[in-house]
Design a protein around this ligand. Structure first.
Ligand SMILES: Cc1cc2nc3c(=O)[nH]c(=O)nc-3n(C[C@H](O)[C@H](O)[C@H](O)COP(=O)(O)OP(=O)(O)OC[C@H]3O[C@@H](n4cnc5c(N)ncnc54)[C@H](O)[C@@H]3O)c2cc1C
Length: 430
């Protein structure tokens, strides 16, 4: 049986192991930290598991849903019956963006035309724009930022700032003025027009590790996959164009046939490739932070599960019942602020958007800053995400930063793991 070494135990590494283990390879995962999950993990705060950042999925995450089904954790997620997002502004007015359950794709029209956050003329222009995407009539987007592309497609500055901006920041972790319209267009088509359920939001019922990571580890172990943690890849030795030996901080390994790297490009750059004729050139991607504050309240008067804070210093508030989580993507300023200042902003935002929440009702909180949360899918990133796998015969690369066509997401990571599996199967069986 062929032996495969997978370097990195984040979602891309775990998913490549999950898809490959179905085929019957001997697999070992080598992860540098003591835990699995990479940038998708939960931590213990006063005995309660909280996530490093609220992760939301969508039903268009087809590869992720397949992964979830294989590891048997579908029951640990809550699936919206139809897309429904609450928007609240600083006048404490609530607007619902709600797509009816039936009559796809006409239900998209009803959803947009009844979305009162936007003026009627903006609702019409958003609708016209989405229809153009659906029939592939909005093609002139290469080398444009999302902002330029939206303006070119008659989106008003107001529609961009109240609707498009938050959609782009939340899904791409950067602003419309930086994000690539190519990735944006592909993503919008996938979200709105894959099928009738594709835009629905999927949220883990409990913590992330319990839903996405622990069941994968259990599934893999029961399928004979070896998982080694606290072990870091240092170098790869090449002979006749093939990887024949790796060195970790603990041992030298030679008994493998295929090597998969699922580590971020900034980690891969530190790995030494010995005897490789050609230099592996990994261009630098830019990264942006995500800041999350989990807040425990004396009592929780909020009724909805999630709120978009229109024009807020945080993008989203997620309501978990026992606690709430405020999330800011592309959090360049918040990530540099000290804890007291960030918490002050949390208090003032809660007061600004929800009368009922005041400082006295807050019991405790935890501030989490992920400084290198995701790469920035800007115009340059498209050129940087090229494949490097074909330099070494038995070496494959996956990860959310590889050329998946998607921004850095759970779906991107899982898709890259599945892509690698398919390449390995076709190279070894055809
Ligand atoms: C706060 C936050 C919120 C997010 N929200 C969302 C969301 O709502 N929806 C969504 O879809 N996505 C979201 N994402 C993005 C998503 O979490 C990532 O895209 C995904 O987890 C990346 O997985 P990966 O396997 O590609 O990389 P990673 O998770 O980075 O995994 C790489 C692994 O490799 C290990 N490693 C590195 N170097 C070595 C080495 N030399 N040897 C061995 N192991 C090594 C690392 O320790 C790590 O475990 C969010 C990310 C963050 C940080």
């Amino acid at each position: 049986m062929k032996k495969i070494l997978i370097i990195g135990g984040g979602l891309s590494g775990l998913s490549s192991a999950v898809f490959l283990s179905k085929i019957g390879y001997s697999i070992e995962i080598i992860e540098s930290t003591p835990k699995l999950g990479g940038r998708t993990y939960s931590l213990n705060y006063n005995g309660i598991a909280v996530d490093n950042g609220q992760h939301i999925l969508m039903e268009c995450y087809k590869n992720t849903l397949e992964y979830i089904d294989i590891i048997g954790s579908r029951d640990l997620f809550e699936f919206q019956e139809a897309l429904s997002i609450n928007y609240v502004n600083d006048r404490k007015e609530l607007f619902k963006f709600k797509i009816p359950k039936y009559f796809y794709p006409l239900n998209r029209i009803i959803g947009i035309m009844t979305f009162r956050l936007l003026k009627m003329k903006d609702r019409l222009s958003v609708l016209k724009f989405l229809l153009k995407l659906k029939i592939n009539a909005a093609n002139n987007f290469i080398d444009l930022t999302v902002y330029e592309f939206l303006r070119q497609n008659n989106q008003s500055k107001e529609a961009i700032s109240s609707f498009w901006e938050s959609l782009v920041v939340s899904t791409m972790n950067t602003t419309t003025k930086t994000a690539s319209s190519q990735i944006f267009v592909d993503m919008m088509k996938i979200i709105f027009f894959t099928d009738k359920r594709s835009a629905n939001i999927v949220i883990p019922k409990g913590d992330l590790s319990k839903a996405l990571i622990a069941p994968a580890a259990k599934h893999l172990k029961s399928n004979g996959v070896k998982i080694s943690t606290s072990e870091r890849l240092i170098s790869v030795s090449i002979e006749d164009g093939k990887a024949t030996q790796i060195l970790t901080n603990k041992r030298t390994i030679t008994d493998f046939d295929i090597l998969i790297s699922s580590i971020p490009e900034y980690s891969l750059r530190k790995v030494e490739f010995i005897n490789l004729n050609q230099r592996i050139t990994l261009s630098k991607l830019k990264y942006a932070p995500i800041v999350t504050v989990h807040v425990w309240l004396n009592s929780n008067p909020l009724e909805e599960k999630m709120y978009n804070l229109v024009g807020g210093k945080f993008d989203w508030l997620f309501n978990h019942g026992t606690h709430i989580s405020l999330v800011k993507s592309n959090a360049l300023e918040l990530a540099e602020m000290n804890k007291n200042l960030v918490i002050k902003i949390v208090f003032s935002e809660l007061k600004k958007y929800f009368t009922i929440l005041s400082k006295s009702e807050i019991k405790s909180y935890i501030l989490l800053k992920e400084k290198y949360a995701t790469f920035v899918p800007d115009l340059d990133s498209i050129k940087q995400r090229k494949s490097i796998s074909n330099l070494i015969e038995n070496f494959y690369v996956c990860g959310d930063w590889t050329d998946t066509g998607l921004p850095a997401t759970i779906e991107g990571a899982v898709k890259s793991g599945k892509n690698v599996t398919q390449k390995i199967i076709s190279n070894n069986f055809n």
